[in-house]
Ligand binder design. Structure first.
Ligand code: HEM
Length: 647
């Protein structure tokens, strides 16, 4: 009996292997015919089972000879970050296929191919399977394609107009001031070692999206809003077990189980983390529903005032307006919005998710990079002095000051940070099952096979020496990355690469508004927004070479929201303060004060090497790319009180 069972199992395994071999041979033949360089892997890198197995089996896979594993081990979601351009250099092609029995995957770091893919939206739709799990509260703009996506985008787009950007500017300045008050305390000239910058940046961007997104002000612990402190934050209505702040904080803290596990499972699993995940899911959902109904009622009664937040605009955009009250007194049953309640909730959730970690990371890493690059920091401060001319922050003006910030070192720092550390390690596209697509890749006519999973790699495209001007590395003995771009400076933070010589301007911005539609000849869904995304005074890379926000019609809708937030943050902080590496591991303040200039420099260099190592080894992505181990010790000092000032 056992022998029969074993034999049956063996036959099944053998049949399965034969099937895999047949599929692999078929996929290899397809790849060969495509004209695109290819390599072979036993697994489809983003197969969930394979990715799960990596948690346990990766150390074993790594024992196999490198040539056997080079194109699949470690080539899961994060590989664009870990290997960077080195993989393309090794392959000798900026677009290549990895063929597995399950599916063909195409990796792209080639600007012109990225441009073809992002502009031919119907031929290369978004690979929605990657985003399935984001339907936590309902279908939303990220989880749909085609006509459905157009409907969402049309309604959501006006929310991200200039009115909202004014609010983002104002709110960022206020929230940054609160954060710095917390860091400095009373009358201090410099902070101690700031160990929670990454968390504080998260809190900062969460407060901004909460206010500019939903009209819900959140206050820093200890600070005051309308006479209330954070501790007194009112619950939205009775019946909640958490405050709004706690519910949102807990939801984001538990975001991985919340999006990875079905809510029905979260509800019944007996673990502490699943219980708190489910609780925060319920609580925040409840707050959102209340907020939504509140806004709907205000709009319907015609007393919503001039609220500028995303949620109010979305509710209005969904077709709910005060006019309807006259014809339909029953507010909720007779209004048929073009986004359902569930879809509005779904979009509210992705705004928070897409809009908070991404910008928080940039805030954190702008500080880190500027601490590592003191001349760039001083340049930024000089440009801010010229922009604001000693005007107090209360007199800063969005319309007057933002165009200047976009076109000087502040814009360059923002662009350079997002060149080196775009928060997403891949932008997933695909070809449909029966739809091979002609394309020009690696300079020749090719065909992307049907049912190919396409990974546009921002990290690799942004470091591709074939499409970015570059110079020699600053310090060839200490390369910024052990494998990638060792013979050039594309791994280095050099915001100056974006600054054009005085008097010259670059090509017109490739995208002209924040819905990314204009350059495609596609329909522009927000006719009112003509604000440029980047300044003509800054360098414009070839189309497709720079894609932190993706490109084409499905580019990030929150691009300008994020840019305004980052520029306001940089302006507020660096107009008054400098950021420095904390060298406490090597010398305390007293020892530093007595140290010679050479000794101080040595300390600084040691701290820098350590941070360089952390930025290579201790970062990986869970949703977005972040420092996941330890912290980078920095501190802020009032300008003029710097300990380190190297040119
Ligand atoms: C530095 C900040 C940000 C970066 C680098 C960024 C990057 C991106 C990228 C790469 C995409 C395309 C994803 C894909 O196609 O797979 C995207 C889409 C999106 N982003 Fe952002 N994002 C940022 C900030 C924001 C903010 C602040 C919001 C909202 C407040 C936001 C909302 C969205 C939404 C709703 C989409 C989906 C758009 C669509 O499919 O039509 N993002 N973002």
């Amino acid at each position: 009996m056992i022998a029969t069972l074993l034999a049956a199992c063996l036959v099944l395994v053998a049949l399965y292997l034969v099937k895999l071999i047949v599929q692999l041979r078929r996929n290899i033949a397809t790849a060969k015919a495509s004209g695109i360089p290819y390599t072979i892997a036993p697994f489809f890198a983003i197969n969930r089972l394979y990715m799960l197995s990596c948690i346990f089996l990766l150390p074993l896979y790594r024992l196999l000879p490198k040539p056997w594993t080079e194109w699949w081990v470690d080539m899961t979601l994060d590989w664009g970050w870990t290997r960077r351009y080195e993989a393309f250099a090794t392959m000798g092609a900026d677009t290549f296929l990895v063929v597995s029995p399950e599916r063909i995957m195409m990796h792209v770091a080639e600007a012109s191919v990225i441009n073809q893919i992002t502009t031919r939206k119907t031929d290369f739709p978004k690979a929605l399977e990657v985003y399935e799990s984001l339907r936590v509260y309902g279908t939303n703009i990220v989880t749909v394609e085609g006509q459905e996506w157009r409907r969402h985008r049309k309604i959501v787009n006006p929310s991200f107009g200039e009115k909202n950007n004014h609010l983002v500017w104002k709110e960022t300045l206020a929230q940054t001031q609160d954060m710095l008050n917390g860091w400095f305390g009373e009358n201090k000239e410099r902070t101690g070692s700031l160990r929670t910058i990454a968390d504080d940046a998260m809190r900062l961007s969460l407060h901004i999206i909460s206010s500019a997104g939903f009209g819900v002000p959140m206050v820093w612990p200890g600070s005051h809003v309308d006479g209330k402190t954070a501790a007194q934050e009112p619950k939205f209505i009775n019946g909640h077990e958490m405050t709004y702040t706690d519910a949102l904080g807990s939801l984001l803290h538990n975001i991985v189980p919340v999006i990875a596990l079905p809510t029905s499972l979260l509800k019944i699993l007996p673990f502490e983390f699943t219980r708190s995940s489910y609780q925060s899911y319920l609580e925040w959902g409840q707050y959102m529903r209340e907020m939504y109904n509140d806004k709907k009622n205000l709009i319907l009664s015609g007393v919503e005032g001039d609220s500028l937040d995303l949620m109010t605009s979305m509710v209005k955009g969904a077709g709910i307006s005060s006019k309807e009250t006259s014809t339909s007194p029953n507010l909720t049953t007779t209004t048929t919005p073009s986004l359902s309640d569930e879809e509005i909730m779904g979009n509210a959730f992705v705004f928070i998710l897409a809009g908070h970690e991404t910008t928080a990371n940039s805030i954190h890493f702008c500080l880190v990079y500027l601490a590592l690059n003191i001349p760039a920091q001083r340049h930024l401060q000089r440009d801010l002095d010229t922009t604001f001319q000693s005007r107090p922050v209360s007199e800063w003006d969005y319309d007057h000051d933002i165009p200047k910030l976009f076109s000087n070192m502040a814009g360059a720092v923002l662009n350079e940070e997002l060149r080196l550390l775009p928060p997403t390690t891949q932008i997933p596209k695909k070809t449909e099952r029966h739809s091979p697509q002609p394309i020009i890749a690696n300079g020749k006519k090719c065909t992307v096979p049907p049912h190919t999973f396409i990974s546009l790699s921002p990290h690799c495209a942004h470091r591709n020496p074939n499409q970015w001007p570059h110079g020699p590395p600053a310090d060839p003995d200490h390369p910024s990355h052990p494998l990638s771009n060792r013979d050039n400076d594309l791994e280095e933070f050099k915001p100056e690469r974006w600054l054009l010589s005085p008097g010259s301007t670059s090509n017109p911005p490739a995208t002209t508004n924040n819905n990314g539609a204009a350059m495609n000849g596609g329909p522009t869904t927000d006719e009112n927004d003509t604000s440029p995304d980047t300044s003509p005074q800054l360098y414009h890379p070839p189309k497709g070479a720079y894609i932190p926000f993706s490109d084409g019609q499905r580019a990030c809708i929150g691009r300008r929201f994020a840019q305004i937030e980052l520029l306001a943050f940089l302006a507020y902080v660096f107009s008054q303060y400098s950021v420095e590496l904390c060298v406490e591991e090597w010398a305390d303040d007293e020892a530093l004060a007595k140290m010679s200039a050479v000794g101080k420099r040595e300390c600084w260099e040691k701290a820098k090497r350590k941070v360089d190592g952390q930025m290579v080894n201790d970062m990986w992505s869970i949703i977005t790319l972040q420092l996941r181990k330890g912290f980078i010790p920095l501190r802020l000092v009032r300008r003029g009180g710097e300990v380190f000032d190297y040119r």
